[in-house]
Write a protein that binds this ligand. Structure first.
Ligand SMILES: *Cc1c(COP(=O)(O)O)cnc(C)c1O
Length: 432
């Protein structure tokens, strides 16, 4: 019996059981608030919310409101729009505090993810001759690798001697926390920054951010996280964990549309520090004097001080539409349902393996539910491409990564237990 839901969790791989789980799902009504893409005239099984989250039905209304206000007011919309554009970005910190565990003054919505990573590294990667190394995960998302290498080069260091990557042990897929801590200790005095993903995009492994950050601080290094696959997916406590900085995008689990505006977090102990290097722009300047166009930059003493440009309101309106749904659903409920969905998915996949003549799927995502979010990555040991093509043909939208990995993300706002059951059924039918 699950104490949170009161459900009998003796899972069964049957349509009736999946239906039973759906009927008892406290978030079941949210699926109706999203457009589910159609394939061959039927609702698809959409399992790529970790890549591009689906569109909430009310997003068009939010965006159209801004277009309407622009039509009606022109430039005056900065002050007279229903949500005045001059302060539009101020709508977000409160909404994102719940999702990230940051304080409102530590959060700002701006730019794109990789841009924010660069802006934050300008402030928090300050290498010296003695302390210059960056410790990160091996096989980080390519954009992060490019960003890190280019930052290292800007400071005149050699990336190959500066960036220390922590890898999984031979034969393993995920990185042991123990190995991360050992690496931090080993390079400690020479390490300027420890920079990890919150959730690895390939394996779905959740890193122990609090422990990693503590170890970095013990060595006198700073610690930041790319939360692209963590924001809106897992429980985050950025402030309490003492994370120095973090950034995320809004178009994956946060459902805010392709290329949507991104977010950034800077810990309270840094936000008012005028000695930090930063790239400056007028939207980060003291609000009372912004239009005086003074020569000397006076940063706003919150995360807003990292803003460069005025707010991209159209993209932000889609972000607002989505975050209003997160607020209704509640982050804790979402995390619980996310775990329930992926637990059920793992059960279904184990059942398929058990019934197959030989094991065909190796799960490379951690089994421990505290070390994963919504994503389950399946290393296909046999007929991988064939199974993937059958899934696509049957209306599943999923993600294939060379050489042999299918990434699946059943997300709590719009995926159902029935989606998970159907997915398993299709794989079973290919094997037989
Ligand atoms: C999705 C993703 C990105 C994409 O970066 P953009 O700047 O939003 O294009 C970068 N890093 C990670 C870890 C990601 O998962």
């Amino acid at each position: 019996m699950d104490t949170k839901t009161g459900l009998d969790l003796k899972y069964k791989n049957t349509p009736e059981y999946a239906k039973f789980l759906d009927e008892n799902d406290p978030l079941k009504q949210f699926r109706d608030q999203f457009y589910i893409p159609m394939v061959n005239g039927k609702e698809s099984v959409y399992f790529t919310g970790n890549s591009l989250g689906l569109e909430p039905k009310h997003t068009q209304e939010y965006v159209l409101n801004e277009l309407e206000d622009w039509a009606n007011y022109g430039v005056e919309g900065h002050f007279h729009a229903r949500n005045p554009w001059v302060s539009y970005h101020e709508l977000f910190p409160e909404l994102l505090a719940d999702i990230t565990g940051g304080l409102p003054e530590e959060i700002v919505v701006m730019n794109q993810l990789t841009v924010n990573l660069h802006l934050l590294m300008i402030s928090f990667y300050r290498p010296t001759k003695k302390r210059f190394k960056i410790i990160c995960e091996a096989k980080a998302f390519p954009s992060d690798q490019y960003a890190i290498r280019s930052q290292v080069k800007i400071h005149g260091f050699d990336p190959d001697k500066t960036i220390i990557e922590v890898e999984p042990r031979p034969g393993e897929h995920t990185i042991r926390t123990k190995d991360i801590l050992k690496t931090i200790k080993k390079h400690g005095k020479k390490t300027a920054l420890v920079l990890f993903g919150g959730v690895n995009y390939y394996t779905g492994q959740v890193f122990d951010m609090e422990t990693i950050c503590k170890a970095a601080h013990e060595q006198g290094a700073l610690c930041g996280f790319d939360l692209a696959h963590a924001a809106g997916n897992i429980k985050l406590n950025l402030h309490d964990w003492n994370i120095d900085f973090a950034c995320w995008c809004s178009y994956k689990y946060l459902n805010s549309g392709p290329g949507g505006v991104a977010g950034a977090f800077v810990h309270k102990r840094h936000i008012a520090d005028k000695n930090l290097n930063r790239l400056a722009g007028w939207w980060g300047h003291d609000k009372d004097n912004r239009f005086k166009m003074e020569k000397e930059f006076q940063p706003i003493p919150t995360a807003e001080g990292w803003q460069l440009s005025n707010a991209p309101v159209l993209s932000m309106s889609a972000h607002k539409a989505s975050l209003d749904i997160f607020k209704q659903a509640g982050m804790e409920n979402l995390v619980n349902k996310g775990k329930a969905l992926s637990n059920y998915l793992l059960y279904v996949l184990d059942d398929i393996n058990k019934r197959a003549p030989e094991k065909i799927i190796e799960i490379i995502t951690p089994r421990n539910e505290n070390e994963r979010g919504c994503q389950v990555s399946m290393l296909m040991l046999k007929n991988g491409k064939e199974i993937f093509n059958a899934l696509i043909k049957a209306g599943v939208i999923a993600d294939w990564r060379e050489p042999n990995v299918i990434r699946i993300a059943p997300v709590p706002l719009y995926n159902s237990f029935e989606d998970v059951y159907k997915f398993g059924e299709i794989i079973s039918s290919v094997i037989q």
